[in-house]
Structures are given as C-alpha cells and as structure tokens.
Design a protein. Sequence first.
Length: 242
Amino acid sequence: MVVLAELEIYCSRPHAPTRRVALGDTDLPCDPSPGFGGILLGGIVARHVAAIDPELLPDLRHLTRELEDGRRIAQPRLRHRLQVDTIGLSASTHRLLGDGEVLTFDFDDKGAPEQQVLGAVYAAGTLDGAQRRSVMATLRRSIDWVGPIGGDLIASLSGMRAGSLLSRTALENPTAWALDQLGFSGTGASALVPGSAPAAKEVQRRYREMLRMVHPDHGADADDAARRISELTEARRILTGR
C-alpha cells in the first residue's frame, strides 16, 4: 500500500470555547491536474459536505472563488476561524492510497464536518497558479456530489469517465495510459515514434479495430467485454478530446 497524497488537518475539540481549524503537513501532488492531491481534497469535501448546514454552502462556494483568486480571506468562515498555531488542536490525517492499480481513500474523521471541508479548501488555496484553479474547480464539483465515496467519485473528480475501472496508472499519466490501451505504446509495428502523437483519424481507426477484438461476438470473454469497452472509449476520449 502506497500513500499517494496526504493532508493533516488540526481541529478544535468539540467543547472548546472557540471553533478553529489549522493545516498541518501536506503532500498533495497535482500534476497532471488535479492529480492525486486534488482527488484527495475533493474526496474529503464530498465525504463531509452533506453534514454541513445547507445555509453555509453559498459561503463555502464563495470561499473557493476567493482563494482561487488569491484574495485575503476574512474570518471566520463556516463559523470556524483559520489559524496557523496548532497548539491545543487535535490532528486528523486523510490519505489517498494506492494498492497496485486500485485507489482508495483513508479518512480520519476527528473534528466537525465544517473543519474537515475547510481544511481541504484552505489546503487547495496554498497551491500555485493553474493547479489552484483546477483543484478549486474540482472541489466545487465535489460540493455537489451525490453518491458513494469510491471509484465513481474518483472518476468524476479526475475528469475521466471510466468509473471504478480507473487505475492508478491512468491518473498518473492519462495520455500514456490511453496510448497503451489503444496499442500505440511498445515496440511493435503499430507503436508510435517516441514523442509523437497519433492523428485523430488513426485513433478512431485503432479504436474501432480493438472494439471488434474485445466484443463477445468475435470470441472475446463476455464478462470482460464491458470493462474493456469502457477503457477503450475513455482512451479515445483522452486522445481526441471527444
């Protein structure tokens, strides 16, 4: 099991006189965007946002816009105050884990839902430039997420469509994964010259060829056909943009 992204959030205790949140250690790789870091932050938000007072959600969305623009943030937000000092606060650590090709969330749910969501949003605000804009857009999608916290959420946050079929490799380097799925990688006659990209017509031709190969009508395993068709379709979308 490998830790792919990690966020430590410090929260005031339930009966403390003031409501506070602070950031601890972070490891949030966001390349290619939103990366494993953006997926972890989106997962934290999606897990906890349903427990937040709906009247606070407009302020949460506005906060993502303020942080995205690099503005100074007035406090408190969602009735909690951000601080740097972690003394007297309790730490919770959230992780995105990789077990081979499978991705899973490991949440540590100490603290109020507002604190966990704010921690994720403030952590996104520490990112640079384009990464910050992309991850904030990811977080706004996670605010509206309805469904289980698993493979479909990871697919939605990453911008891919293969649901729980997504692999760690696909998220680390989507283009390389797509080329491999459609048989453009390797050293055979169909492989690309290193550094080149296939034309859209060639991608479509290869997609149709491989679609016939994996279809049960042509002798392929019926139980595996749906998975392979989904992967090939997603690979075509990555390489052609449609």
